[in-house]
Ligand binder design. Sequence first.
Ligand code: 5GP
Length: 201
Amino acid sequence: MKVLEERIRQEGLILSGTVLKVDSFLNHQVDTELALQIGQEFAAIFGDQPVTKVLTVEASGIQFAMAAGIALGVPFIYAKKNKAVTLSEAVYSAPVHSFTRQEDYRISISRKYLGPEDKVLIIDDFLATGAALVGLCEIIAESGAELLGVGCVIEKSFQEGRGLLEQRGVPVHALARIASMSPGEIHFIDQEELIKESAGC
Ligand code: 5GP
């Protein structure tokens, strides 16, 4: 998504070799028009599939899951994060280790809102190590719902998240894929070029 890549180039701040700050337009202050366009882009990618629910993890996936849910005409659910180890029978839950924050937490979703009849699309802001989304995959598996795919706004392709999800057979689509980054320089994977190559053009 060219407009997204442009914004990342203009406003993204590289905090270290692996952390990109985009909180002027994506995940602190949110450009609402761009968020809605992002939702429509995900709906264009996954709209031919029978999605019944969009899932994300609080907090920074919420605006994109909502935009995708609106564009697809389905509800979205955000998994709640908590440090407490108390498990209730009323929730599906999975442990997650955050490499960015070096902490362990659990994510949970009420059993009332997800079940074997559901076909799920996961949406999130970043795909990095994939730990949070693997936790979400475990919750979906436990619920008996079917996972149709994962859509991420930004993928840091030099981290292992995509590989972990693809190993589980989950199709992954990212709107901007960063091949490498260093202060003042961001290289995106040219997705149009990849499509042409795979079509043999
Ligand atoms: P994971 O490592 O599990 O793929 O990423 C978990 C979460 O950490 C993402 O959903 C995102 O909210 C946050 N995150 C990971 N990498 C970055 C980054 O480079 N920049 C920002 N702003 N958040 C990130």
